[in-house]
Design a protein. Structure first.
Length: 563
């Protein structure tokens, strides 16, 4: 499309491609909602107003809201258990037209090969997917990952048009200490995303001074306000596991709204099917008292500006024609992406080309009972306390239950054995600890989705079921499983042990069956697999378990199970 053609359309000298007629345009720049028509030519918005526009196709949206396409500012697509192609299908019907993703899940399994897989799988979709280069693979030296990305390897991603910056810098101790290898990674990209849970004071200043200007880990208003004052874009997270919107949304006002975005971070398929995507976050923000325009700003122009995507995020002439039409949020009626109708009357009408079926990744482990044995001794044990709705775990001390000289799960007190099995390099590492909060009365659950290195994590009431669960995941090439003696419920994830090409509705149905199977074992959580997947992440406070052992995240070091 020539620029002169777009100008001619705007001036009325030639017809446009599509005319959106009779809608109420949400203007994120002026803060108004006003009646206007929107004229599109090619992939661009040509004009907005009431000027007797002419177009080849007219869409009558009398009284409906006309919104800029929604932009997801921070998500790990792999956590949806869908490949990028299937993820795009799942979220575009909810009004999402642009996604900024951090592929550090698959990068921890497969390195650059995994990142290139994600980039290639995101081509020719009804959603633009951009990537941030994973900054911490592995997230720390406290676990064994399938790959190690150096600054030199990250530099290669600078030549990828879809890679626009450096993803969340999780090694905040390394930043604060100005470690050379961390600085080298930071200097690879100008745009740098943050990850600074509970960081404050001088340490927070040092972290931000490194040019890291966003954070999605805030869990309190005080934390978010301090980071806002020091220059950060506050990404209010509302995903499947971590849900911080209720706590933080009251901080947004008519003065500081440009510096907030609504993001998901991690979403399971059932959440997308039952709740939606960013459309649901907008609705929830409005219900909590945020004006509609400000809520829309937090999923459009605010995020576009932060990521320097200046061609989108608002409905004005010359911008990309990414437009959402809604009767009443969160229900999306039509979606136009780059000037093409992709969702019409709530249905996806632009088919996504199928991908080749593939099984990638490694399962180099030999499950056995021996690594799970914990010999009894005097004293108390450190127990991880997991809570649904937050990634932060607490520490509890408890007197262990002992049987035949071995520490075993105590279902009466909900103190269950948890294990992390290294699967990438055949080290034989198995970390063993105990966790409170899952409530199992029998059986075991296990998953090859275990942030960030994605070794296998298993929780159980007995060692036999735990080992059986791990064996099943090895056979599947990864996935989720519930074991109750001979009764098995499973969800295969053959792509790196993280994803599948299954449709979101089928995947959500299978996920629901897994959750029901876990609840039949007595599980107290609504989404135990999402919560379990973060028990092995040693960069989120306060105590975690990796294949190498129990980690005190606050001190960034290993600690004994015994005290």
């Amino acid at each position: 499309m020539k620029l002169t053609e777009l100008i001619d359309v705007a001036a009325g000298r030639r017809p446009g491609s599509i005319l959106i007629k009779g809608g109420r345009v949400v203007n994120v720049r002026s803060g108004e909602i006003f009646e206007a028509d929107v004229l599109i030519y090619g992939d661009r918005i040509a004009a907005v107003g009431k000027h007797n526009f002419e177009a080849e196709k007219v869409i009558d949206v009398e009284g409906m809201l006309v919104l800029p396409g929604f932009i997801e500012g921070h998500i790990h697509i792999e956590s949806s258990m869908m490949t990028p192609r299937k993820f795009a299908e799942a979220v575009v019907v909810h009004g999402t037209t642009t996604v900024i993703a951090d592929p550090h899940e698959i990068a921890n399994v497969m390195g650059l090969e995994g990142i290139h897989f994600m980039i290639n799988d995101s081509k020719d979709l009804p959603v633009d997917i951009y990537f941030m280069a994973p900054s911490c693979v592995p997230s720390s030296n406290l676990e064994t990952s399938g790959a190690w990305l150096t600054a030199a390897e990250l530099q290669k991603l600078n030549f990828e048009p879809k890679v626009i910056g450096l993803a969340e810098m999780m090694d905040f101790p390394g930043v604060i200490a100005a470690k050379s290898e961390v600085i080298e990674r930071l200097e690879t990209f100008e745009l740098r995303d943050g990850h600074a849970p509970l960081l404050s004071g001088r340490n927070l200043n040092a972290y931000i001074a490194a040019g890291i200007y966003s954070d999605h880990e805030c869990v309190s208003k005080a934390e978010a306000l301090e980071k806002l004052r020091l220059g950060m874009q506050i990404m209010i997270r509302e995903g499947t596991a971590a849900q911080n919107l209720d706590e933080l949304i009251g901080l947004v006002d008519d003065k500081n709204w440009p510096f907030f975005s609504l993001v998901s971070d991690d979403l399971h398929p059932s959440t997308i099917v039952e709740r939606g995507h960013l459309n649901a976050l907008v609705k929830k923000a409005v219900e909590r008292g945020v004006p509609l325009v400000n809520a829309i700003r937090m999923v459009s122009i605010n995020t576009a500006r932060y990521f320097r995507l200046h061609d989108r995020g608002e409905i004005v002439p010359g911008k990309l024609a990414d437009i959402v039409i809604a009767d009443e949020l969160p229900e999306i009626v039509h979606v136009i992406k780059s000037g093409k109708m992709v969702v019409e009357n709530t249905e996806l009408i632009t088919p996504v080309p199928p991908a080749e079926r593939r099984k990638v990744g490694r399962m180099l482990l030999k499950p056995s009972l021996e690594p799970l044995k914990v010999p009894a001794r005097s004293g108390e044990i450190r127990v991880i306390v997991a809570k649904e709705g937050t990634l932060i775990t607490d520490l509890m001390l408890a007197k262990p239950k002992v049987l035949d000289g071995l520490v075993v799960s105590d279902t009466d007190r909900d103190i269950l054995k948890v294990s992390v099995w290294e699967r990438h390099k055949g080290t034989g590492n198995v970390g063993v600890g105990f966790v409170h909060g899952f409530g199992l009365k029998r059986g075991a659950i296990a998953s090859s989705v275990a942030h960030d290195s994605h070794n296998i994590v298993a929780i159980g009431t007995n060692d036999n079921d735990m080992v059986k669960a791990v064996e099943i995941l090895k056979e599947l090439g990864g996935g989720l499983v519930v074991v109750d003696g001979e009764k098995i419920t499973k969800l295969p994830l053959p792509v790196a042990g993280l994803m599948t090409d299954t449709d979101v509705h089928e995947l959500a149905s299978n996920e629901k069956k897994l959750t029901e199977a876990a609840k039949a074992l007595g599980c107290a959580m609504n989404n135990p697999f999402m919560t379990m997947s973060f028990l092995a992440l040693p960069v989120i406070p306060h105590i975690k378990l990796t294949d190498k052992g129990l980690v005190d995240v606050d001190q960034f070091k290993f600690v004994s199970l015994w005290l």
